[in-house]
Design a protein around this ligand. Structure first.
Ligand code: SF4
Ligand code: SF4
Length: 309
C-alpha cells in the first residue's frame, strides 16, 4: 500500500468499527478513539496498554432489583490500529485465560468486537523493551510493515484477508526484532528462596503501577454497590493488583501474601513461571511498561538475570 493511500485503508477500517490508535500527547503516546486521521502517530509505544478497550477499569456486571437481575453490558466494535507486536500478543495471552478453558462472556463480547491492525517494529522502541526474549507470535488480523514509501501488509485472519484481497501480491522478508537487553531463561523454582528478590522488594512501594500498565495483568475485584433500600443495586468489576496487600485478604482477616517480598516475587513468578508451567508460554510479552512506568525503576529483568550469580 503506497503511504499516500493510507487514508483509503483507514476508510475501509472505519466501516468495521471505531478506530483506536496511538496519538502523541505532549511527550507520551496514548491509544485514543480517533476522530481525525491526522491524530494518528505511529512513532511510539503507548504508555498505557490497550487492555482498557478489552477489559475496562471498571464496569457493571449486572443490576439487581428484588429477585430480578439485568445485564446492561454494551459493546461497540473497535479497530485497534497501529498496535505493536507485544500488545497484539497480550490478546493471545488474555484469550487463553478468558476464552480457552473458562469462557468469560464479558471478555468474549469485547474480544469478538475488536479488529487488530498491527504496526511492525523495525527498531526496538527503547531500552526497556525485551520482546525478543519472549518469542512473540504473529497474532492479529492484519499487520503493517513500514517500507519507507509504502506499507507491506500481512493478513492472518479471514477478515484481514478479505480486507486486502484487492491489493497486489508482494514478497518481503521480515527482519527479526532485536532488543537492547535480554532476559535469561531460568527455572525460577530453583531460586524461590533466594535473598536476591530483596533487590526489588526492598525498593518496591506496592503502588501497583506495574500491574496497571501491564497488558497481561487482568486481576480484578468484584463488589456490590447496594442502593439505600438494600433491595436493589449493582455488581461491579474493577481492576485490582497482586501488589496491594489486601489483594489476598480473606474472610477471617488472613492475608496470604503479607510481605512486600512475597508480592513482588509473586508478580515475577506469575509472568515467568506459573503461567509457563501451565501453558508452556511466558505471560510477559516484553513491552517493558512495568519497568518504564515504575516510580523506583525496579528492573526485574536484571534481578532475574543475576539470580544465582
Ligand atoms: S510499579 Fe514498581 S514500586 Fe510500584 S508496585 Fe510495581 S515494582 Fe513496586
Ligand atoms: S511484565 Fe512488564 S514487560 Fe512483561 S508484559 Fe507486563 S508490563 Fe510488559
Amino acid at each position: 500500500l503506497p503511504k499516500s493511500e493510507l487514508n483509503s485503508l483507514l476508510d475501509k477500517l472505519s466501516k468495521l468499527g471505531q478506530i483506536v490508535a496511538p496519538t502523541k500527547d505532549k511527550d507520551i503516546w496514548r491509544y485514543k478513539e480517533i476522530e481525525d486521521y491526522k491524530e494518528i502517530d505511529l512513532n511510539g509505544l503507548p504508555w498505557f496498554s490497550a487492555k482498557t478497550f478489552l477489559f475496562p477499569k471498571k464496569h457493571t456486571l449486572f443490576e439487581y432489583k428484588a429477585d430480578k437481575i439485568q445485564c446492561k453490558d454494551s459493546v461497540k466494535p473497535i479497530v485497534l490500529f497501529g498496535a505493536r507486536l507485544c500488545d497484539l500478543n497480550s490478546f493471545y495471552i488474555n484469550d487463553k485465560l478468558f476464552l480457552d478453558e473458562f469462557e468469560d462472556p464479558f471478555y468474549k463480547a469485547r474480544r469478538e468486537s475488536i479488529f487488530l491492525v498491527g504496526f511492525y517494529c523495525n527498531e526496538w522502541f527503547d531500552e526497556y523493551c525485551l520482546c525478543a526474549s519472549v518469542k512473540l507470535k504473529h497474532y492479529y488480523d492484519i499487520m503493517l510493515v513500514d517500507l519507507d514509501d509504502k506499507f507491506f501488509i500481512i493478513s492472518k485472519s479471514d477478515k484481514g484477508k478479505e480486507l486486502i484481497k484487492d491489493y497486489e501480491d508482494y514478497e518481503h522478508d521480515l527482519k527479526e526484532i532485536q532488543n537492547h537487553r535480554e532476559l535469561q531463561k531460568k527455572d525460577l523454582w530453583k531460586f524461590h528462596e533466594s535473598k536476591d528478590w530483596e533487590k526489588g522488594s526492598s525498593k518496591c512501594l506496592s503502588c501497583g503501577h506495574c500491574t496497571n500498565l501491564c497488558p497481561t495483568c487482568l486481576c480484578f475485584d468484584i463488589y456490590d454497590s447496594p442502593d439505600l433500600d438494600m433491595k436493589s443495586g449493582k455488581r461491579n468489576l474493577e481492576w485490582d493488583s497482586c501488589q496491594y496487600k489486601d489483594f489476598t485478604l480473606v474472610a477471617g482477616g488472613h492475608t496470604f501474601r503479607e510481605t512486600r517480598d512475597n508480592r513482588f516475587k509473586h508478580r515475577i513468578f506469575h509472568k515467568l513461571q506459573y503461567f509457563k508451567d501451565e501453558f508452556n508460554e511466558y505471560m510477559c510479552v516484553g513491552c517493558g511498561r512495568c519497568t518504564r512506568g515504575c516510580p523506583k525503576k525496579i528492573d526485574w529483568v536484571k534481578i532475574v538475570n543475576e539470580l544465582g550469580e
